[in-house]
Design a protein around this ligand. Structure first.
Ligand SMILES: [Zn+2]
Length: 275
């Protein structure tokens, strides 16, 4: 379910920055399904103001925003691989995106084989979420300059800001303005805040799970997998439970299946690690 899907004639293929990119047909379908309720609520908002573009265009904007945002995320991984001299290809599919390297090693100037170190893998794993989150900040700055209100940015700043600091998003005369611009900016920022945050959760094989695996490998001089599976199972069940509680069954099921995968992997590899 999480591995690379086989190529099909319905894939959309193109090149960007020298990376071959493949988008599977299921990516569009799943992304549209996940965005249906959000397009509905945007439609209600604009209908009240008497200027809704309609559900179909709103859903199309959602799908385009997710596609660009997830692509930016994978480009973060792919550019980090390239920094170490390793090329990769990008696949967008029903579980999000993958940056698939051509090798686990590169050659240095003298022609010797350089194998990626655990610290290099941590850098590569963090590069995706960080580039995506940076793009959210950039687009939020554009929205702010245009005077467009972005509720997700306002909530996020409120969530992380220290006490006593004013939230620039919560004040001023930011407005909805043009519904097309509002939707594009808001959908892009919403995805580009939450996608990297969820991916940084320490649940293997999400990016955060890879960071746990390679960190454990450095600290404990093992391969780090058993530690990553144990933490992935525990955190996966907790996050699933939290999503059930907050009325988000799709994300709950996703994390439940990730947690189960970690339990199975742990059993396959001979039980939890000895701490
Ligand atoms: Zn990633």
């Amino acid at each position: 379910m999480i591995g690379e899907p086989p190529p099909s004639q319905y894939d959309w293929r193109f090149n960007f920055l020298g990376f071959p990119i493949r988008v599977t047909w299921l990516f569009w379908l799943i992304t549209a399904a996940l965005g249906y309720s959000i397009a509905m609520s945007a439609n209600q908002l604009f209908s009240r103001l008497g200027q809704s573009p309609g559900i179909a265009p709103l859903l199309a904007i959602w799908v385009a925003c997710v596609m660009v945002s997830v692509l930016v995320h994978e480009l973060g991984h792919a550019l980090a691989f390239r920094f170490y001299g390793i090329e990769s290809q990008i696949v967008l599919y029903h579980m999000g995106g993958l940056a698939i390297p051509t090798a686990g090693f590169s050659f240095n100037r003298s022609g010797a084989r350089y194998r990626l170190q655990h610290i290099d893998h941590i850098v590569i794993s963090l590069a995706g979420p960080l580039l995506q989150f940076a793009s959210a900040i950039l687009v939020a700055a554009i929205a702010y300059a245009m005077g467009v209100f972005v509720p997700s940015a306002a909530d996020f700043v409120e969530w992380i800001k220290p006490r006593g600091i004013e939230n620039p998003w919560a004040q001023g005369d930011l407005s909805i303005g043009n519904p097309w611009t509002y939707t594009m900016l808001n959908f892009y920022i919403l995805v580009s805040i939450w996608w990297p945050l969820l991916n940084l959760l320490p649940v293997y094989p999400l990016d955060g799970g890879h960071v746990v695996q390679h960190t454990a490998a450095i600290l404990r001089r093992t391969d780090g997998y058993n530690e990553a599976y144990l933490i992935g199972a525990g955190v996966g069940f907790l996050v699933a439970w939290w999503f059930f509680q907050s009325g988000n069954p799709i994300n709950a099921l996703l994390f439940l299946s990730l947690a189960m995968n970690n339990v199975q992997a742990m059993q396959r590899f001979g039980g939890p690690p000895g701490w």
